[in-house]
Design a protein around this ligand. Structure first.
Ligand SMILES: NC(=O)c1ccc[n+]([C@@H]2O[C@H](COP(=O)([O-])OP(=O)(O)OC[C@H]3O[C@@H](n4cnc5c(N)ncnc54)[C@H](O)[C@@H]3O)[C@@H](O)[C@H]2O)c1
Length: 473
């Protein structure tokens, strides 16, 4: 006899936990299946949390190193202390996602690999459980590219890098995307000599080009970044790892102590037996519509396994939508237009909506672009942090279509633009909000003032104001 549930959630990461907690809070009978011994998924164990702990620790060492040069012995010690702090941070945050918390909510937890028997029944260990609705939230793992020899050397990924206890002297990072760049900079600040090999013409390919070029210039001061560098082969020789890569038609070699592979993600769906459930997959990701329904109306998929946007905050947003749809039978839809993200490099990069290129292609002459350099803002001048830029793009009427920034803490203060957009307000509204001086978000208000200036310069409003001033002078 199979045990029956109203909702079965497969995967105890950010998306799955949002669904399990939400559904249980409304009194649904919920089963949560997780193959690992602890909940929390990639974000807690190998992603957002350890990387932020590492980045913060590395930033502190970097500050010290700007005042006095550090010996390699000092770096060894800072490296192992920072790594110990990273694992303490993960343990602390883990309390939020503890099994006890979910058991207290009334959720049944199965510590096992899930495998569909048919569209309602799932094998977990020796048991079969059945669900009226099923939510797949199995996340993603590092995609390992088919590079000759890579499978015969020991390499790191985001799943193993946080377990390092000793400082490698030289590290090659394959991939200059978000993971590659965040980790490269942090490790370099902890005394590792890092070379990033990126196959594309630039790093951080999803970012606005102007922002990327500022980032590349700044990061080049701390790392060696090789673009158009395609890694062809990896081998071990005399205890070292040797990479052969091709750059601009030339074959080159690089000898390092270790390699970190950060070349994208692949959805964790191989072992689910999705075909038995009649769930369709395209390009290795589960097909969903905007209500998160798969090809089977009672089966939903949230988070990285559906290939929408690989962010914890997106998995959370999709999870909440699934609670409404699976528990209450609603048809709420996900929208990705207003999803911001941040690259936690130093300085941080904020991204909302279209890049300038995308916006120009879509809106042509109706596009307005407002920019303020950090060098033109008092606070950043005072802090001697003037390398950076804020860029906000609107349609002629002020409707925000994209916002990008690079600067210290940009991930926090730029979200003001995201909030205004989410509230369906126009960019010029920010000018009317009083900002405490000299908070860093004054630069957002300063950029919003440009909208009014632009309108004054080229509109009848300007003539009207001149007429008024003349009359009452
Ligand atoms: N701060 C954040 O929000 C955050 C942090 C980490 C990860 N993530 C998400 O996780 C996902 C995965 O990140 P990622 O950095 O692994 O992937 P990515 O797709 O962002 O970057 C991978 C990079 O590797 C390059 N590459 C692939 N094969 C190569 C090869 N053989 N040689 C050289 N370069 C090669 C690609 O050109 C690409 O630039 C991203 O989509 C990202 O959005 C987000």
């Amino acid at each position: 006899m199979s045990k029956d549930y109203q909702i079965i959630v497969i995967g105890g990461g950010s998306g799955g936990l949002t669904v399990a907690a939400g559904a249980a809070s409304f009194g649904a009978k919920v089963a949560l299946i997780e193959r690992k011994s602890s909940l929390g998924g990639d974000c807690l164990h190998y992603g957002c949390m350890p990387s932020k702990a590492l980045i913060h620790g590395a930033e502190e060492i970097h500050q010290v190193a700007t005042y006095e040069s550090l010996s390699s012995k000092a770096y060894d010690s800072y490296f192992s202390k920072t790594m110990a702090r990273v694992s303490e941070a993960v343990k602390d945050v883990q309390h939020h996602d503890s099994k006890d918390r979910f058991l207290d909510m009334g959720v049944d937890i199965y510590e096992s690999e899930a495998r569909f028997v048919d569209s309602h029944r799932i094998q977990v260990g020796n048991e079969i459980i059945s669900g009226k609705r099923i939510v797949i939230a199995t996340g993603s793992s590092p995609f390992i590219p088919p590079i000759d020899g890579l499978d015969s050397v020991d390499f790191l990924t985001n799943e193993s890098v946080f377990s390092l206890t000793e400082r490698p002297e030289k590290l090659a990072v394959i991939g200059g995307g978000v993971i590659g760049i965040e980790l490269s900079q942090a490790l370099s600040r902890l005394g590792v000599e890092v070379t990033v090999l990126e196959g594309a013409p630039s790093i951080l390919a999803s970012e606005d080009e102007e922002i990327t070029s500022i980032a590349e210039e700044l990061l080049n001061e701390e790392l060696t970044i090789l673009t158009n560098a395609k890694v062809k082969q990896v081998e071990e020789a005399d205890g070292k790892t040797v990479l052969t890569y091709e750059q601009n038609g030339n074959e080159q070699r690089l000898e390092v102590d270790q390699i970190l592979v950060a070349t994208g993600r692949k959805a964790n769906i191989d072992r689910l037996n999705l075909s038995a459930a009649g769930v369709y997959v395209t390009d290795g990701k589960i097909d969903v519509d905007s209500t998160m329904q798969t090809s089977q109306p009672h089966i939903y998929a949230v988070g990285d396994c559906n290939g929408s946007m690989p962010f914890t905050h997106v998995a959370g947003m999709e999870g909440k939508i699934v609670v409404s749809n699976a528990v209450f039978g609603l048809k709420r839809k996900a929208s990705y237009k207003k999803v911001p993200w941040v690259v936690y490099s130093s300085p941080e990069i904020y991204h909302l909506g279209m890049t300038e290129k995308e916006a120009r292609d879509q809106y042509g002459d109706d596009l307005l672009v407002f920019k303020t350099k950090l060098a033109d803002n008092d606070r950043f001048m005072a802090e001697r942090n003037t390398a950076g830029l804020v860029k906000v793009m609107t349609k002629g009427n002020g409707k925000i279509v994209g916002a990008h920034a690079i600067g210290p803490g940009a991930g926090e203060w730029m979200q003001e633009v995201g909030t205004v957009q989410a509230l369906n307000k126009k960019f010029q509204a920010i000018s009317n909000i009083i900002h405490p001086y000299p908070a860093r978000n004054n630069i957002v208000s300063q950029t919003s003032d440009l909208y009014w200036r632009e309108k004054l310069f080229d509109s009848k409003l300007n003539d009207a104001i001149r007429w008024y001033v003349k009359k009452f002078r």
